[in-house]
Design a protein around this ligand. Structure first.
Ligand code: BGC
Length: 406
């Protein structure tokens, strides 16, 4: 008998901007085209998933998944403030219905890093009326998808910008300010605030409020689907003397965001690796450590700990909305997922309520500033012909799912 419950959700995840292509009315499109840009290449056609979603969803079904997590591109739905596109709303309704009709539970994320350009120009999540705009968009989506979506994630990795700030991953602040000025100049807006550009602490407060307002708005429209927010959570270890530094960083980057999940139906956990803290902060990786294409330590065991931490902290069900690896060695992907799932099993065996697992990502896609170089997909994409090639890891995971369900 398998430890995985019969209704365990087995999915893969994508995000609109990383796969759809030609999301020209959002803030990232602008940031990709500012000169000089911090992005190695623009997103362009991406995987043309906007048009090819049917074949992609059919592949998932054939492989044995029972869910698909994708995001709605707010900038397509509301390209100008208050101006909603019926044609685009229809597209997402068709797509969500198609996913459901193929026997997959649609897990819909409302905001995955990108926002409409008009929203960024008005100060993004820093602006006073941001929660109102976001809740308005959320209620429009609830009206359009409320009877077909299976699960809703409001904001993806709501804590990630704070993590960036804490870990200073965005590099030289002078360069960043110059880049921010160039972005402002390009769109002619003083207030321009986007995912990693602007007053991150202020934007974090706006995102927290926006999440809560969206949950209320969606429920008020009568949707019965479980709703939650997702967080980027790494396992955070400390060597002797590093405990306080670790705990301080974790409070600011994780706990203060978990605090806003009260009243939600689950917490989305997204884990890729671990970090280790010493008295001086993050300890660099030891010589010879196996790393992924992202430069992260290959450490799938992190997932078990982040599930345990989140469940204990929030007392809510945990949904692994992302876990995966960027690698060009597909056998390491299999090893990674196999070890991560061992951790999930241990959590289930201890009675922790884990609802599902979504591998990031279905397709090799646009990895933001790093362009198309990192390959996280279970399915490879030839971006000239848009041909899909299923990797052995996809078949392996499909086989694993089949085996636990037999
Ligand atoms: C994000 C994805 C990203 C993935 C791999 C997560 O932080 O939600 O958009 O592609 O990690 O880096």
């Amino acid at each position: 008998m398998s430890i995985f419950p019969d209704d365990f959700i087995w999915g893969t995840a994508t995000a609109a901007h990383q796969v759809e292509g030609n999301n020209t009315s959002n803030d990232f499109w602008l940031l990709e085209h500012v000169e000089p840009t911090l992005f190695v290449e623009p997103s362009g056609d991406a995987c043309d998933h906007f048009h090819l979603y049917e074949q992609d969803v059919r592949l998932l079904k054939e492989l044995g998944f029972n869910a698909y997590r994708f995001s709605i591109e707010w900038a397509r739905v509301e390209p100008e403030k208050g101006e909603f596109s019926n044609a685009v709303l229809e597209h997402y309704r068709r797509m969500t219905t198609y996913v459901r009709d193929q026997g997959l539970a649609p897990i819909v994320t409302l905001q995955h890093f990108t926002t409409p350009l008009w929203f960024a120009r008005e100060g993004g999540f820093e602006a006073k009326d941001a929660p109102e705009h976001f809740a308005n968009y959320a209620s429009v989506m609830a009206d359009v998808l409320g009877d077909v979506w299976g699960t809703v994630c409001t904001i993806n990795e709501i804590n990630l910008p704070m993590r960036f700030l804490e870990d200073r991953v965005l590099g030289d602040p002078v360069r960043l300010t110059k880049y921010h000025d160039a972005a402002r100049h390009r769109c002619g807006a003083e207030e321009f605030s986007s995912f990693f550009l602007g007053d991150i602490e202020k934007a974090a407060e706006g995102m927290k409020k926006s999440h809560r307002r969206a949950v209320e708005a969606i429920r008020a429209r009568g949707s019965k689907a479980p709703i939650g927010v997702t967080l980027a959570i790494q396992e955070e270890q400390a060597i002797a003397g590093g405990e306080e530094v670790r705990d301080r960083a974790r409070k600011r980057c994780v706990d203060e965001f978990l605090d806003i999940t009260k009243g939600d139906d689950f917490v989305g956990v997204q884990t890729y690796t671990r970090s280790i803290y010493g008295p001086e902060g993050r300890v660099p990786l030891a010589e010879g450590t196996e790393t992924t294409q992202m430069g992260y330590e290959f450490y799938p065991e992190a997932l078990e700990q982040t599930i345990r931490y989140t469940a204990a902290y929030t007392k809510l069900p945990v949904f692994i909305t992302e876990n995966g690896i960027g690698t060009d060695d597909d056998s390491r992907r299999i090893a990674y997922v196999e070890a991560a799932l061992e951790g999930v099993k241990n959590c289930l065996a201890d009675g922790i309520d884990v609802r599902g697992y979504c591998y990031w990502s279905m397709l090799d896609n646009y990895e933001w500033m790093l362009g198309y170089r990192p390959t996280f997909g279970l399915i490879a994409v030839d971006r000239i012909t848009q041909t899909r090639t299923v990797k052995p890891s996809a078949r392996w995971l499909g086989g694993f799912i089949k085996q636990v369900n037999d």
